[in-house]
Design a protein around this ligand. Structure first.
Ligand SMILES: Nc1ncnc2c1ncn2[C@@H]1O[C@H](COP(=O)(O)OP(=O)(O)OP(=O)(O)O)[C@@H](O)[C@H]1O
Length: 220
């Protein structure tokens, strides 16, 4: 079974009189346990594609299958529940909740899934990401790179089958980026996860099993 499959996936935005095809008729498959990097110049549609894969936007045409479920056919409510159980999303702007401390942010998706929280497991992940001393702090008091690692910890704590990341190491220096990616690869292997990331960083992309190159909304 493919972990992710898109069929003629298309997203058009209207800018007044004009239509822009940010994602233009993309069909591809990502296998279970595969690590794919999406690359391409600014504005070519990478973030839009990732948002469609994660069900955060509706396509104009086409379908997205995640674990054989066409998420474009789900209601908003069904899609949020599906996303919670199957997809981990690491956003470019982190989306951390300022009213909660770092620990509470990391375990929030698991709480929403009504799972038991293991402090030991949070600690293990936090140590790998070198944020173990920040767990009781407000995330807004952390550096951009530290906030990014909190967002990564939150996305992986529930071990989602699909991990989607938009420039997930964009705020980290190159040594930290590589070590974070090595850790994510190890976790994906251990928990049979599939990882799809958008990156501009050639060294990060080189760690992937496959690179998908985009140009003007298409896979080239
Ligand atoms: N909500 C929107 N409304 C109108 N146009 C949009 C919207 N979101 C994205 N676009 C346009 O769609 C195109 C693709 O944008 P997208 O953010 O997917 O590109 P990208 O490859 O991720 O770029 P970058 O590498 O700079 O982040 C761009 O021309 C952008 O202006």
């Amino acid at each position: 079974m493919a972990a992710v499959k898109t069929v003629s996936l298309t997203k058009e935005y209207s800018n007044g009189e004009h239509y822009l095809r940010a994602v233009d008729d993309i069909s591809f498959t990502v296998e279970e346990n595969e690590f794919v990097a999406i690359m391409g110049s600014s504005g070519c549609g990478k973030t839009t594609l990732l948002n469609l894969l994660g069900g955060l936007e509706n396509p104009t045409h086409g379908c997205v299958y995640i674990n054989d479920v066409d998420i474009t056919q789900l209601s908003m409510e069904e899609r949020s529940s599906f996303r919670r159980w199957h997809i981990g999303f690491i956003f470019q702007n982190f989306n951390l909740i300022p009213e909660m401390n770092v620990f509470e942010n990391i375990v929030l998706p698991a709480k929403l899934m009504e799972r038991n929280i293991s402090k030991k497991e949070v600690m293990r992940i936090a140590e790998e990401l070198e944020i173990e001393e920040k767990l009781l702090q407000n995330p807004m008091t952390l550096s951009g790179g530290q906030q990014q690692r909190v967002a990564i910890a939150r996305a992986i704590y529930t071990h989602p089958t699909i991990l989607l990341g938009d420039e997930l190491t964009g705020n980290l220096d190159s040594t930290t980026s590589i070590s974070v990616m090595k850790f994510l690869k190890k976790m994906c292997k251990k928990y049979s996860q599939t990882m799809i990331i958008v990156t501009h960083d050639e060294r990060i992309a080189a760690m992937a099993d496959r690179i998908i190159q985009m140009k003007d909304g298409r896979v080239v």
